[in-house]
Write a protein of this length. Structure first.
Length: 190
């Protein structure tokens, strides 16, 4: 297997995959254009299930509105080009996390986890998922595609943590072709 193949063969943790799905539930992209899947309670339920939305129940419109605001803060954090640009987003995440009550659970020697005991279970599930990703260092692997017209969120599976596009075949290729054409045009106008 090639080195590139080894990098992309790494698996995406379930928690990270659920957060990436939540981030990509917003309307984004141009080709193809992805709709906001939180528009419909049916599709919203599917996106929110990993965070505690009960199977067979549709989320309330008020919950969907709150999740959209939380999602927007997470998108701002992921899309920020510099860590300094994430402060406002993290402050919003802190505000949402203050609406839930958690306790530490010591399951075994050397293991500690968080268990929600108050507040909305879905909002709690999202904030706990983000906290787990931040604590284990995998949050930094969640990125927005460098193609500004795309902005699709993805989990960087490369060993070097340098993946720039959600799909090299689509966005990476477009970027490289555009750069080539710009260089070629600049040379021909000299």
């Amino acid at each position: 297997m090639s080195r590139e193949g080894q990098d992309t063969a790494r698996s995406v943790p379930a928690t990270a995959a659920a957060i990436v799905d939540l981030l990509n539930s917003r309307a984004h992209g141009i080709t193809p254009a992805f709709p906001d899947t939180l528009e419909s309670p049916q599709t919203a339920g599917k996106i929110l299930r990993p965070f505690g939305q009960p199977e067979g129940q549709q989320p309330a419109p008020s919950l969907i509105a709150e999740v959209r605001d939380l999602r927007a803060a997470l998108v701002d954090i992921v899309a920020a080009s510099e860590p300094e640009g994430t402060a406002a987003g993290w402050a919003q995440i802190t505000r949402w996390s203050s609406s839930i009550t958690l306790r530490q659970v010591f399951a075994a020697p050397g293991e500690v986890g968080l268990q929600q005991i108050g507040g909305d279970p879905v909002i709690g599930g999202i904030t706990i998922a983000v906290a787990e990703l931040v604590a284990d260092g995998t949050w930094r692997r969640i990125r927005a595609c460098a193609n500004e017209t795309c902005a699709h969120a993805f989990y960087d599976t490369t060993r070097s943590r340098t993946q720039r596009w959600h799909s090299y075949e689509v966005c990476g290729n477009r970027n490289n072709v555009a750069a080539y054409r710009a260089r070629h045009k600049a040379r021909s106008t000299r």
